[in-house]
Ligand binder design. Structure first.
Ligand SMILES: Nc1ncnc2c1ncn2[C@@H]1O[C@H](COP(=O)(O)OP(=O)(O)OP(=O)(O)O)[C@@H](O)[C@H]1O
Length: 295
């Protein structure tokens, strides 16, 4: 496994706030990694640190094996697309694409033109006059057509409507399949991106709380539902991530069920189903939802 990004004991403080708090992980080559977390969790700060746009308070970062800060050699291999991108005065969409074609060595102009048509980007309009969705679309075009060895998307697609977001996910997967590279997607639209992800990092209040293969994560919890009394009896003494009660029926998301425990639950008339990545992340990041059912 080649690590494209290596983060060790990384902390970033703003005054007394630890926006990133003693975090260590690697981003593997040729995988799509999701960086997930609630608002204010520290995702943007982490990506700014990785791309050398912020100074670390302590810890180390290696990008392609080297420190990223003011390191043009590694930053030219990286494309960081963020929603809050600012542009020089008077810059039009066509200028953004022209500059991108100079900056990124693997730039694919034909792909960029194709994506501009698909996302209906008005290239002759000034960036300042573009709608939020149109500005997001420019970010998506640059991120995909750059074919950078490491591409980091920090929710640039949040301004896109549902149709355009679906098109983005489809184009990303298709292009990634043809040109494997390392992609990091930061988002809180977890259900939308769940099927794209091979690896998942979840950050909560600056701390890394999940670092796992997406497949392992999906198998790590189970939803059990049925009559409330039966569900409560089953959940007693287990690690419950989330509980939902509707009338006389209840549903719990529990961790660590063995195949025989699942079979026993099913035999007791309970419905046993897979947990979605979103349910799992909500359960792990919503303190009040995490509870041990008293035995
Ligand atoms: N320059 C700064 N000065 C002070 N505090 C900051 C600064 N930048 C970020 N923070 C704080 O650090 C924390 C993490 O912010 P960050 O933008 O990294 O979160 P995020 O996970 O990207 O959130 P969102 O999903 O809402 O964009 C927040 O509490 C934020 O207010």
């Amino acid at each position: 496994m080649t690590a494209i990004v290596e983060v060790s004991d990384l902390t970033k403080r703003y005054g007394s706030l630890a926006a990133v708090d003693d975090v260590s992980f690697v981003v593997r080559e040729h995988a799509i990694t999701g960086l997930l977390g609630r608002n204010g969790a520290g995702k943007t700060t982490l990506m700014q640190l990785i791309t050398g746009q912020e100074f670390v308070t302590s810890g180390t970062i290696r990008l392609f094996g080297q420190p990223p800060l003011e390191n043009a050699a590694v930053l030219s291999r990286t494309c960081f697309i963020k929603e809050s991108q600012t542009y020089p005065d008077g810059f039009k969409g066509e200028h953004v694409l022209r500059v991108a074609s100079w900056v990124f060595p693997h730039w694919d102009g034909a792909l960029a033109r194709d994506l501009v048509a698909e996302f209906r980007v008005p290239l002759d309009r000034r960036m300042k006059k573009m709608s939020r969705g149109q500005a997001s679309a420019i970010g998506v075009v640059v991120g995909l057509a750059s074919r950078a060895e490491l591409t980091i998307f920090d929710e640039p697609y949040a301004g896109l409507d549902a149709v355009a977001r679906r098109a983005f996910y489809d184009r990303l997967l298709a292009d990634y399949a043809e040109h494997p590279r390392t992609i990091v997607l930061s988002t809180h639209l977890i259900d939308e991106v769940a099927d794209l992800l091979e690896h998942v990092l979840v950050i909560d209040e600056g701390r890394l709380i999940i670092d796992a293969a997406a497949e392992d994560l999906r198998g790590s919890a189970t939803t059990v539902s049925g009559r409330q009394a039966d569900v409560e009896q089953f959940a007693r003494g287990r690690d419950v991530l989330q509980t939902d009660v509707v009338g006389a029926f209840a549903s719990v998301t529990v961790t660590g069920l063995t195949p025989s425990e699942r079979a026993a639950a099913a035999a007791a008339g309970l419905e046993v189903g897979p947990v979605s990545l979103q349910q799992l992340v909500i359960g792990r990041t919503r303190g009040t939802a995490r509870q041990e059912v008293a035995s």
